[in-house]
Design a protein around this ligand. Structure first.
Ligand code: GTP
Ligand code: SPV
Ligand code: MN
Length: 580
């Protein structure tokens, strides 16, 4: 570890190197450093103790997928959906930007564990960074310092990551991964998934590569436990693309709590899953905190997270009130007098939203009132259902179940969703995002599909696979389904299907709940809205099939034949149902 740190320091030439032990005293020093910068502030100490506001550079507010690369000797190994750079060329190009990048700055060395400290599934990483904001976030999002160095001992089995803010210019920003070396270099961004290297860079891109080699899975999934009457808890994992509702589903206050259905959070963004000796796929949450989307989060949508956000939280790119309290669209109520925007300007209507649409909070997981008692179980939790989903204004019904694992893999592989503010670029554009891993798979996605198919054969008690869509819109353009805490009604049906109950009708695309099978008491929803939510329109699906065929074609012969077979089977089922 010291050797690697020395090399990183020789390249970046910091004035000072600080090894982080993760202690409270050290955290205070780092927060003090963070607050020296004009972009960070302490919030109201009475109402928001130990809370901070950080404003990132206006051109550095989301992940930048076009500046993210996978570097393998053979270009074909990253597949058609990843950006590729030759490892040698990347070292030269990005190395030039890192050369001397920390002059006049302190280099913080942050050893960290992804996963519970005592779990055999956990892994150690090491991030060096010149950003105190990154250190403060890593401290919430991972287990850092002494626990990690203790776990590592003399071993060299860790994933190193070199991060520098550089000059924050998007023209000199690169997030590059060397999966064969298990190495990450990131320069030019201080934002979330670009800079907190344990998260997307390690726990998904590098880990997905390792997982295929070693026979496990690293997925962009929340993990929740659904408690049913009598107290039994059934665990489910769900993959939705960025800003499509993972945190909210994992932390919901159930609309059916009075009937005995309650949701417990194990994780909100990433799942590492292994086949355990009981025959189930077991999942751990490699993270220790939530880096969640602030806009849209309020007492009426996600009271559990709201109750966690009033202490020890770092807010990024939210607005701030005259009382030094954080504010964003959807927090409840209109913009208060004296509101200041995420860019530090006095708010008025001409400024648009006061919080950036991808504004985030970083909060310790254990502050959540619904954190599962098993969230740090070393062996993980057994997964009974995998749920795919996305933002689909049309087409996909509220929920459907795949016929079997292979069909479920096809459902995941053909997932599509409207783009969101979580990544730089246009918002609201439909794109294919298989398993919500399009930006996070560290190798060819055709091989990734193959890995999914192989895993299915190896899991003695495989989870059932479902697809949900909270975002279908009616003719008036409004969402048909109320979402949030009401989503538990769909989870309840999924649980019943897992248990072999739950009534369904077979359609061309899979099993859809019989209308009487979904618990709707207490919910005011028009019959037409329900009909539309469950409608499977064969013509629309045929159009979608043409699009997924084109997507699959990109992968050429590497695409598993099983997926072409599923594609043809669906095409045939649709043909049969459309009158000539
Ligand atoms: P990442 O952290 O980017 O991976 O996102 P995520 O999948 O955890 O998304 P999150 O739960 O933070 O939700 C993103 C946005 O979708 C927020 O603005 C939410 O308010 C909104 N949202 C979440 N769940 C629902 C839902 O059931 N219905 C509707 N209409 N909006 C939702
Ligand atoms: C996502 O974009 O999927 C996130 C936030 O969870 S980030 O850490 O920026 O990747
Ligand atoms: Mn995410």
């Amino acid at each position: 570890m010291e050797t690697w740190v020395d090399q990183a320091a020789r390249l970046t030439k910091p004035d000072k190197v600080v090894f982080c032990d993760g202690s409270e005293a050290e955290n205070n020093v780092i927060l003090h450093e963070m607050l020296k910068h004009a972009d960070s502030f302490r919030l109201n100490e009475k109402t928001y103790p130990n809370c901070y506001l950080h404003r990132s550079s206006p051109s550095d507010v989301a992940r930048t997928e076009h500046l993210t690369f996978i570097c393998t000797p053979d270009k074909d190994d990253v597949g058609p959906t990843n950006n590729w750079m030759d490892p040698g060329a990347a070292k030269i190009k990005v190395g030039a930007l890192l050369d001397g990048a920390m002059r006049g700055r302190t280099m913080y060395v942050v050893p960290y564990i992804m996963g519970p400290a005592n779990s055999p599934i956990s892994k150690v990483g090491l991030e060096v960074t010149d950003s105190p904001y990154v250190v403060a976030n890593m401290r919430i999002m991972a287990r850092i310092g002494k626990v990690a160095t203790d776990r590592l001992g003399n071993s060299a089995d860790f994933v190193p990551g070199l991060h520098s803010l550089g000059d924050l210019d998007p023209l000199r920003r690169y997030i590059v991964h060397f999966p064969e070396e298990r190495l990450i270099w990131s320069v030019g961004s201080g934002y979330g998934g670009n800079a907190l290297l344990g998260k997307k860079c390690f726990a998904l891109r590098i880990a997905s590569y390792m997982a295929r080699q070693q026979g496990w899975m690293a997925e962009h999934m929340l993990i929740l436990g659904l408690e049913s009457p009598g107290g039994k808890v059934t665990y489910m994992a769900a993959a939705f693309p960025s800003a499509c509702g993972k945190t909210n589903l994992a932390m919901m206050v159930s609309a059916l709590e009075s009937q005995g259905y309650k949701v417990w959070t194990v994780g909100d963004d990433i799942a590492w899953m292994r086949i355990a000796s009981d025959g189930y796929l077991h999942a751990i949450n490699p993270e220790a905190g939530f880096f969640g989307v602030a806009p849209g989060t309020g007492m009426n949508t996600n009271p559990n997270v709201m109750r966690a956000l009033n202490r020890n939280t770092i807010f990024t790119n939210v607005g701030v009130t005259s009382e030094d309290e954080p504010w964003w669209e959807g927090i409840g109520g209109g913009p208060p007098e004296g509101l200041v925007t995420w860019r530090g300007e006095k708010w008025d209507l001409s400024k648009g939203p006061a919080a950036h649409p991808n504004a985030r909070y970083t909060v310790p997981a254990q502050q959540s009132p619904c954190i599962s008692p098993n969230w740090e179980a070393p062996e993980g939790v057994p997964i009974s259902a995998i749920i795919f989903g996305g933002r689909r204004g049309r087409l996909a019904p509220l929920v459907y179940e795949s016929f079997d694992w292979q069909h479920g893999v096809f459902v995941g592989a053909t997932m599509a969703s409207e783009t969101t503010a979580a990544t730089t670029g246009d918002v609201g554009i439909m794109r294919r995002d298989p398993m919500a891993m399009l930006p996070f798979c560290g190798y060819d996605m055709a091989d990734y599909f193959r890995h999914w198919l192989e895993m299915g054969k190896r899991i003695p008690k495989p989870p059932k696979i479902f697809h949900v869509n909270w975002f279908r819109r009616g003719a008036n353009g409004k969402f048909l389904w109320p979402g949030y805490g009401e989503n538990v009604r769909v989870l309840k049906w999924i649980l019943e299907r897992v248990e072999g109950r739950g009534e369904a009708r077979e359609t061309e695309i899979g099993y859809v709940p019989k209308k009487s099978a979904l618990t709707l008491d207490g919910l005011h929803i028009a019959r037409e809205a329900l009909n539309e939510l469950f409608r499977v329109d064969a013509d629309d699906w045929e159009i979608d099939l043409a699009d997924s065929r084109e997507f699959f074609a990109k992968f050429g012969p590497r695409l598993p034949a099983e997926l072409r077979e599923e594609h043809q089977k669906l095409a045939r089922r649709l043909e049969r149902s459309i009158p000539a």
